[in-house]
Design a binder for this molecule. Sequence first.
Ligand code: CP
Length: 318
Amino acid sequence: MSDHLITIEATPISRINRIMQLTDDILNADDWGDVLYGKTLANLFLEPSTRSRVASELAMKHLGGTVVNLIGKESTSMEKDEELRETLGTLSQYVDVIAVRADSRISSTDLELCEVPVINMGDADGTHPTQALADLYTIRSNFPKLETLNVLVMGDCKSSRAAHSFVAICLKFGMRVACYSPKDIELPYFNRTVKEGDVILDNKATAVVDGELEAAVEAADVIYCLRFQKERNASGRIYDKSATTGTNYASRCGFKEEWLGKISRTTLIMHPSPRGDEMPKKVDKDRRAAYFQQMRNGLYVKMAILEDALLPSNVEEE
Ligand code: CP
């Protein structure tokens, strides 16, 4: 049995490649079979979700397994102050795998009583490895070679768990990554103070604060847009659409309709969703918009993740 899947950083490339290969196999299969018949998934979703929750449930059912859903803290004994550690340990007495959308970062303490694999479906402002795997699969389906790609991430890199895992997986596969953000909502893991106009180089990722976007947009093979996470941002509230003062987020770091005529025919326009007004509706119909591909791939990748976690034939030395 495979391990937990909590962060991209802690997931070996061999496991990621195996999940990519399993996803290819699933997409090429005439019949998925009931390979997970007799297995049960618990969906523990403590924050709102549309894509991850539905795709997680369907992934298990498409492979013949069964699902129990615990949606919202109030549906669990966490409402009575039970800790996540205890809830995961309890669920693991009943089910074979647990998918978690957590409202705080998942720690090793949270996992210490759990006897089955835990799949992180996004933990607060931490990481979102299943989204990153769907994102990687989408990029891989559109580009034959990953190492030469220029990736531009735009927007609230501070609080977006999807961005954190996306940057990590892009770097793991040798892509060049630049993150453009307004001040106070820049990529956090550099862990240092950033002044306006600063450009920071670290581990092949570049974080740019309040930089000029046009040139970066034209040079990008992949443009990854992010919504403003108003639910997590006290210091960045000036970017909130409802703020009466400050900079409008969409005009500062949203995708501009006119860029459709400037970017290459092969540039991939990605977004982990949900999308706000940082992504003009007109882009939805452009064939370079990949966010619906990302959603569809999210289902197939989750099927692969479940197979990888539950089928003994997928166990490998790592
Ligand atoms: N991208 C993503 O995780 O979407 P949901 O929050 O709807 O699951």
